[in-house]
Write a protein that binds this ligand. Structure first.
Ligand code: C2O
Ligand code: CU
Length: 467
């Protein structure tokens, strides 16, 4: 799979400006047992330490927002407080949550107005690595910083806090002075091509942070892609790692990384098991840039070196799809730049000429842009859905199903080894077909969209209903 090889702002990160990481910020419970998550404007330095701050939108004053840690199966109240100038909502990405708590403005709730609050009850059936983000005009709200990590802890955590690291990766489009480039958010050029791609990469909001590790000890690295549209292509070689989990769902056995770039599409997560063998530096780098762009580093010093056995993760319990009698759904992706002429119906009307520009709708699922009145399909609770997605566009996409995890059954024309894992977001290259299946066991109205947030806004959003 190719991604846009847009030149990053600087060729590689600079040495000497990064400091050791502060302990990650965790969200504490207020007295009444409710966590509070306040969305509001704030300042954040994105580039060099001495760069001017950018005006971002933050949760509790930071981007990423605080790391929320909850226990599997234990309901947690989280109160969203909206101090933005526009309505917002929070989506708990990848959690197989009750529909009313899914946080999708306009489908599962009304967006919370300026000054308003909304109490979410987050009950997570699966332990793993998830994230939360704004779900109203996400291309703008997430793009300005409204997201954070959501960790669902195992009943008996497999790794202690010192060996459990969360790395939320984002790319930003910066001006020459290192501040957020503000004007391009609604660029039709981006919306109709590969989405808004940045020119600078941060981890947990920091430029090239350094993590101290000990040789011979086992670390869980939770990688989260919070970028609007960038598919990260990570260099697997320095990492000394195996894959523990995709999208919050542990593999039955840790899987080898292999020599191909480790692809992390928008919204996807990968948990790595990293056991550094010797002292030295491990560099986390994006290799679509030329030369590669290092955006985080692990400094390995001598450790006890006596690892008996690496901790293991226990897979979550998901219902296995039953393919005989499954409901077959076909999704044809069309539109976008270089996509050839395609018919697009938006709000019941066929678009032509200037309509595309005026509505901003340039992509379609089965010929329809953005949220038809009728769902793409309806199923009864417990039925298996076999979803075949055909990408008839010139771009790669990252398709996300709300409220469910699916198994990837087949993919054509791809060299990506997906190991048939459970996922909540799959990558699909241009002219490829991917088939996934899941048991529709979560009643409600669920979104199905490309997680390249500009594509989602420009037509690649639909929904289905489990009755
Ligand atoms: Cu991260 Cu609609 O999703
Ligand atoms: Cu897309």
């Amino acid at each position: 799979m190719r991604i846009d090889r847009r030149q990053l702002l600087l060729t590689g990160a600079f040495a000497g400006l990064s400091g050791l990481l502060p302990a990650s910020l965790r969200l504490a419970k207020a007295a009444e047992g409710v966590m509070e998550l306040t969305a509001g404007p704030g300042k954040h330095v994105l580039y060099r330490k001495d760069s001017p701050p950018s005006d971002l939108w933050l949760y509790n004053g930071t981007s990423p927002g605080p790391e929320i840690r909850i226990k599997r199966g234990v309901p947690t109240r989280i109160r969203l407080v909206n101090r933005l100038d526009e309505p917002t909502s929070v989506h708990w990405h990848g959690i197989r949550i009750a529909n009313a708590m899914d946080g999708v403005s306009g489908l599962t709730q009304e967006a919370v107005p300026k000054g308003g609050t909304f109490d979410y009850e987050v009950l997570a059936p699966d332990a793993g690595t998830f994230w939360y983000h704004a779900h109203n005009k996400s291309w703008n709200q997430v793009g300005r910083g409204l997201y954070g990590p959501l960790i669902v802890e195992e009943d008996e955590p497999a790794f202690d806090a010192a060996h459990d690291l969360t790395l939320v990766i984002d790319d930003w489009r910066l001006n020459r002075d290192g501040t957020l480039n503000d004007d391009g958010f609604r660029s039709m050029m981006d919306w109709s091509h590969a989405g808004r791609l940045g020119n600078w990469i941060t981890v947990n909001g920091l430029t090239n942070p350094v993590y101290p590790l000990k040789a011979g000890e086992a670390y869980r690295l939770r990688l989260v892609n919070a970028a609007n549209s960038r598919i990260f292509e990570l260099d697997p070689k320095p990492l000394d790692s195996t894959i523990l989990a995709y999208d919050g769902q542990p593999l039955p056995e840790p899987a080898a990384l292999g020599g191909d770039p480790l692809l992390l599409g928008p919204a996807q997560r990968i948990d790595l098991l990293c056991v550094p063998k010797a002292e030295g530096t491990i560099s986390l780098r994006e290799i679509s840039a030329d030369p590669p762009f290092e955006f985080a580093r692990f400094e390995v010093s001598g450790g006890s070196g006596s690892l008996a056995q690496a901790p293991r993760l226990v897979p979550n319990a998901l219902s296995e799809p039953r393919l005989e009698g499954a409901k077959a759904v076909r999704l044809n992706m069309t539109g976008g730049a270089m996509g050839g002429a395609s018919e697009i119906v938006y709000r019941g009307r066929r678009l032509e000429g200037r309509d595309f520009f005026e509505t901003g709708q340039v992509w379609a699922f089965n010929g329809v842009a953005n949220m038809a009145d009728e769902p793409l399909f309806r199923v009864r609770k417990g039925e298996t859905v076999r979803l075949e997605t055909v990408n008839n566009t010139a771009f790669a996409h990252a398709m996300h199903v709300h409220g469910h995890h699916f198994r990837i059954l087949e993919r054509s024309g791809s060299t990506i080894d997906e190991r048939r894992p459970w996922r909540d977001t799959f990558l699909i290259g241009s002219e490829q077909t991917t088939t996934v299946a899941f048991v529709a066991d979560n009643p409600g109205k669920w979104l199905l969209h490309c997680h390249m947030l500009e594509h989602a806004a420009a037509g690649m959003t639909t929904w289905f209903e489990v009755t």
